[in-house]
Design a protein. Sequence first.
Length: 148
Amino acid sequence: MRRLILLILTTILVALPIAAQESNPDREAVRQAVLDYVEGIYNVEPARVERSVSPNLAKLGFYRPPADTAYRPGRTMAFQQLIEIAKNFNKEGKLRKDPRKEIAIYDVMDQTATVKLTAEWGIDYMHLAKIDGKWMIVNVLWQSHPKL
């Protein structure tokens, strides 16, 4: 009986922080900022990217053409370049109906957050900051999907 009570208490103590994290409004706001970023690009809605990405964006990426094994040298991208991509990336509707967008939120604190986004183009590791009460993407480090 003592073991059963200990097991129940342990389960509750482990579950409470997880449940608290899931209901955290900041966590949901971080998730929404990342959704605005990826869906803004997928759905040709640059305004969604503008509202979720800081104008001071620092983005570095490593692209690998599908037929190649090597990545091209890293390239930086500024905020305005990202907005242009959002205007054109799926302009002709080449993406499938439900393109890939897996969001893994690693950490949300009171001012900063870390997220991994797996998208059609590759994997983005993001840092977000709460700026004037709003979660904004400030850093993105990305690469094309690894060759399997």
